[in-house]
Write a protein that binds this ligand. Structure first.
Ligand code: ZN
Length: 69
């Protein structure tokens, strides 16, 4: 499947390709890649990072309490 003059960069022809990440379009002229579907894996990584950040913040609050000396 080819999309004629579909490349936003060089107005070249793009065609559908597929790899482990899913479907994407590749420009035949300049090699530009465009994702066709969202990748759930990247969303999981993002949520995991934010959760880790929150735990670090709460741990900092605990340190403040320890002024019993
Ligand atoms: Zn192109």
């Amino acid at each position: 499947m080819v999309f004629y003059r579909s490349c936003p960069k060089c107005r070249g022809d793009m065609h559908i390709r597929k790899d482990v990440y899913g479907d994407f379009r590749e420009c035949i002229q300049c090699g530009l890649l465009q994702d066709l579907s969202e990748r759930p894996a990247s969303q999981l990584v993002g949520s995991g990072t934010s959760s880790d950040d929150a735990s670090t913040t709460s741990s900092g609050g605990k340190g403040k309490k320890g002024k019993a000396a």
